[in-house]
Design a binder for this molecule. Structure first.
Ligand code: 13P
Length: 248
């Protein structure tokens, strides 16, 4: 991390955790001194309410592309806001694969989040076969293009991008700092072709088997502005140590 982008470390609990974990995490973070960094926690929907948003920012793991109505099982941007969320993950690879979320659907969710005043954390990243084929830049560009086509480059001033190579998620196979930096620089460069100022301010997080032991090296890369942490965010002390690694 360099420049004046404020680091952001986000914990994605996925379908894990409990009310007890929510309480434990808040207690751990209340006692810590974390300045000059943003911390975001994204627990499952039932654990959102009651989170103290002065301890960390709060985010949903998904949102509906609709604002209300007959969409059983869905949660709207407004609902997330009403329980204190200021962020929402959009297009996580597990939603893209489990729920067949297309680039276009992800883009429409980004649009709704922006319209409703939530900061979308737009997740992009390639699976192992695409990495091996060498075509991962094109793949990520297409993921970005869908959002660019719908909302335009200026809206990226209100978006966070997370690069999460699918082959590194939950596998213990972290991207090397050089691999992460290469893709982060590509994403920033790709957007800089459209608006260099927006691109230079954009926060790009790395996600995929980040732990306290490898966080510092990843976060020290010039285009890595923090992390999106899965498994390690379920251990409050480990998650805090990762946040401290982003403090510099
Ligand atoms: P892990 O940190 O468990 O690899 O998960 C990364 C992730 O998918 C965060 O959204």
């Amino acid at each position: 991390m360099q420049n004046n982008r404020r680091p952001l470390v986000a914990g994605n609990w996925k379908m894990n955790g409990s009310l007890e974990l929510a309480a434990e995490l808040q207690q751990t973070f209340q006692q810590a001194s974390l300045q000059n960094i943003d911390v975001l926690v994204c627990p499952p929907f039932p654990y959102l309410q009651g989170f103290d948003v002065s301890v960390s920012a709060l985010g949903g793991q998904n949102l509906s592309q609709y604002n209300s109505g007959a969409h059983t099982g869905e949660v709207s941007a407004q609902m997330l806001k009403s329980v204190g969320c200021s962020y929402v993950l959009v297009g996580h690879s597990e939603r893209r694969s489990d729920n067949a979320e297309s680039n276009e659907l992800v883009a429409s969710k980004v649009k709704v989040a922006l319209e409703q005043g939530l900061t979308p954390v737009l997740c992009v990243g390639e699976a192992e076969d695409i990495r091996d084929s060498g075509e991962f830049f094109d793949f990520i560009a297409a993921q970005l293009d869908a959002v660019l086509n719908l909302v335009g480059i200026a809206e990226f001033a209100h978006i966070v991008v997370a690069y999460e190579p699918v082959w590194a998620i939950g596998t213990g196979k972290t991207a090397s700092p050089e691999q992460a930096q290469e893709v982060h620089a590509f994403i920033r460069g790709y957007l800089a072709n459209l608006d260099s100022e927006v691109a230079s301010k954009l926060r790009i997080l790395y996600g995929g088997s980040v732990k306290a032991v490898n966080a510092k090296e990843l976060f020290s890369q010039p285009d890595v502005d923090g992390g999106l942490i899965g498994g390690a965010s379920l251990d409050p002390q480990e998650f805090l140590n990762i946040c401290l690694a982003a403090k510099g």
